[in-house]
Design a protein around this ligand. Structure first.
Ligand SMILES: [Zn+2]
Length: 151
């Protein structure tokens, strides 16, 4: 498994369960056991029915690309060799549209197609914490990437 060199997360009380599940290579979101709705980011009470009977449940390993960007400036030394790299917002339609922001691997010469299927994989932070990441299931299915004009 790739060690990204990235600093690991500092879990809060609200998202400790998320990071704990990641250590077992499970990507989870909170789900209300009273009404079945999904919530991300995690909150202590269901916004639909006000129940606090919530549980971490595993999401599918396949998501749809909701949005993405390509990062060209290294904001941390750990990513200096990786630029340019993709960041995605992926969506899980079967889970009330829960969205996760994560690293996106895709061909650098094409723009990933919004709505395309992405597959979950894992990279490790420097401290060994697994971090979710996604890659396009059908590489090359995106439109040709047009480099923004430099100013
Ligand atoms: Zn609820």
């Amino acid at each position: 498994m790739m060690n990204s060199g990235l600093p690991g997360p500092k879990p809060s009380q609200a998202d400790a369960g998320f990071w704990s599940a990641c250590r077992q290579h499970k990507l989870c979101a909170r789900r209300c056991l009273a009404c079945g709705s999904w919530h991300q980011p995690p909150i202590p009470m269901c916004p639909k029915c006000q129940s606090s009977n919530l549980e971490w449940q595993t999401l599918s390993g396949i998501a749809l690309l909701f949005s993405w960007t390509r990062v060209h400036i290294a904001m941390h030394p750990a990513v200096a060799d990786a630029i340019p790299y993709g960041i995605a917002v992926v969506e899980f339609p079967a889970c009330d549209g829960v969205r996760i922001i994560a690293r996106l691997d895709h061909a650098s010469d094409s723009a990933p197609a919004i709505g395309a299927e992405c597959e979950l994989y894992w990279i490790n932070a420097a401290d060994g914490q697994p971090l979710p990441a996604f890659r396009m299931l059908l590489p090359g299915s995106g439109a040709p990437f047009v480099q923004p004009a430099s100013r």
